[in-house]
Design a protein around this ligand. Sequence first.
Ligand code: NAI
Length: 792
Amino acid sequence: MSVAHYFETMDYGPAPESDAEARAWLSKHDRGFRHFIGGQWVNGKSHFDTLEPATAKVLAKLSQGSNSDIDAAVKAARKAQAGWAKLGGHGRARYLYALARLIQRHARLFAVIESLDNGKTIRETRDLDVPLAARHFYYHAGWAQLQETEFADYQPVGVVGQVIPWNFPFLMFAWKVAPALALGNTVVLKPAEFTSLSALFFAELAEQAGLPPGVLNIVTGDGDTGAALVKHKDVDKIAFTGSTEVGRLIRKETAGTGKSLTLELGGKSPYIVFDDADIDGAIEGLVDAIWFNQGQVCCAGSRLLVQEGIAEDFIARLKARMAKLRVGSPLDKAVDMGAIVDKVQLERISALVKQGIAEGAQCYQSPGAATDKGFFYPPTLLTNVHPASTVAREEIFGPVLVTMTFRTPDEAVMLANNTRYGLAASVWSETIGLALDIAPKLQAGVVWVNSTNLFDASAGFGGYRESGFGREGGREGAYEYLKLKAWAKRKARPASKPLPAAKAKADAGLPMIDRTAKLFIGGKQARPDGNYSRPVLSPKGEILGEVGEGNRKDIRNAVAAARGAEAWSKATAHNRAQILYYIAENLSGRRAEFAGRVAAMTGSRMAAAQAEVDAAIKRLFTYGAWADKFEGDIHTPPLRGLALALKEPIGVAGIVCPDEAPLLGFISLVAPLIAMGNRVVAVPSERHPLAATDFYTVLETSDVPAGVVNIVTGDRLSLTKTLAEHDDVDALWVFGSDKASAEAERLSSSNLKRTLVDHGLATDWFDPAQAEGPVFLRQATQVKNVWIPYGE
Ligand code: NAI
């Protein structure tokens, strides 16, 4: 071959990384890998093969975890938890630090094991997966060290079950394990069946490092093993990363169990290129967005939205770049794309591409892309894609980019948000004003400005909408592994006494004039759709008045009104604060009247009822105060740039209120949500709703825009179900009943609402430690990290 040829093709020979050490490690386990339970290596009753995707040959045998393996692991974790928590932050920090150092010391072996097992390139495992995994352990060693001061009001959740996917086996392992252990929890982790080896290698190192037995347990196996972990009664929390489909199953399975849950699910993330973008930069970015890790990335930039004027030129240049991508052996350091994780995934990708073509897309694939030995698929571009087509909507989870064009920034935002997912987005424009105008408008947990696929342990990662809930990394991720001490003390709510039969008020003398409180929808008092009402009784059974019997239609109308009040979410925090103070002022002007109402409904003494009204006024002030102070953060991850952690409202929230403290409970739930810019549909106390219905007259005089607070009275359980099933409700808070809590969690799986429920535990609404503050504000917001790199 001549020099001229090399010059022409810029081709280079193979640059393989040695796999000798990794293969030697594998051969030590050639009779099959075991589970790591309670510090022991436990052989499974049966085994299954894990393949090397680049060759389709068997790489190792893994133990298939059974129910009893899971049970043994959970027991070991439970036994170890108290001691691990008692070790204190500094003790745990030392372990995490030691683990981080061990990852660094064995970095190359980790990288090779990961490439062999997953099929991803050594360039990526060496430069990204493994260093980032170490960074997670370092970063969380820091939270362990600071836990006693920074999270003084919180305690560990307990025993955590973690189920992870195959696309970033070791990185996801670190994302899950590091924060959980740092904050005093113990862990049972199930790796993905295709890629368990790096987790097992880590367990060997943890054993060498003297991690106490039972603190980290690893049970390998398939979905059934994962399901057994999710179902186990003695697990306090489940943290899952994987498909939206399985995430939904887990939401249903854990509903009503009291287990806390975080889900990091799929995506169909937009990659938006404006006509003033740095085109070469944007094209190179796309290589990282969709061909990185063979596109098997939950936040892959898989939908290219390019501005019409530059589209033709952009696609031509993109194809030229694609033609130069090298696909081949993952251990070759000069290869851009490795193998797909498994045959099943390969078939899924190719079936979806075929479907895309059948639906009218044009397909371009990189020429000369490897090799028939393993599971390879070429870099693929689908053009002429309709926004409604399957390939534009479904997560392909492979190296397949679909592209569409837009004309205006508004259209770009509309197309970008036209998905049920909301994990990530990239925005490319040299006009920083434009990029920063677009970023807050995108429904996504991460927005990368002129960049893509940047991650760091300091910046929480997680989705909006059906991409799941909860964050991993950052301070917000730490809270996912903590429980408020004041909440841990709550006791089961005592059963409420049945009310006596209804009777007219004893001293009424004259027949009652109609005193049916209306519903409050879109800023107007509204009759209930069904035209039914229900009496509100005093503890003696006297009829104090009536309220509307809200039904499905009323909830629909209220949700529509809340949707329409979107301007509230964009109002300034100053503006929202002022309105909260104004509500408090107007309530305090009617203190005696409200206290009388509370006393009549609950039978409490007037002084106690006045104390409730006063506490409600104070709480409104508290949230007025927080409205412009519960702000975001600026992270300085290890790059020249910033990540702005914005706390954004979730959208439309349903609230179901408890019977205890009927006014204060209602205010304690409504105020944090509206303070953070959400619009709400509130169902007042079922038994004592009149203070809340009186309250709409306070709202009417307090400049609260129509639709921000909507009130629908009626049956707690049926209204909870309706709210939970409504796909335009983004969050649901249910207090006052374990049954309603369970239904809220179960039915919210349809659109994966963020739920906050009390599981039938009674909150002391007068105790600020339980009933107000950041623990509610965090639930009322979701963090969006906007990454803004500014140079080399
Ligand atoms: P999956 O969601 O089935 O697997 C993820 C993990 O969950 C694995 O460890 C698996 O064993 C476990 N699992 C499966 N069923 C379970 C159950 N019922 N209860 C508890 N754990 C269970 O993902 P899969 O089948 O490997 O891939 C299918 C599709 O999911 C992919 O094509 C891709 O679209 C998507 N996916 C998305 C990921 C993400 O990070 N967003 C990661 C992996 C897959």
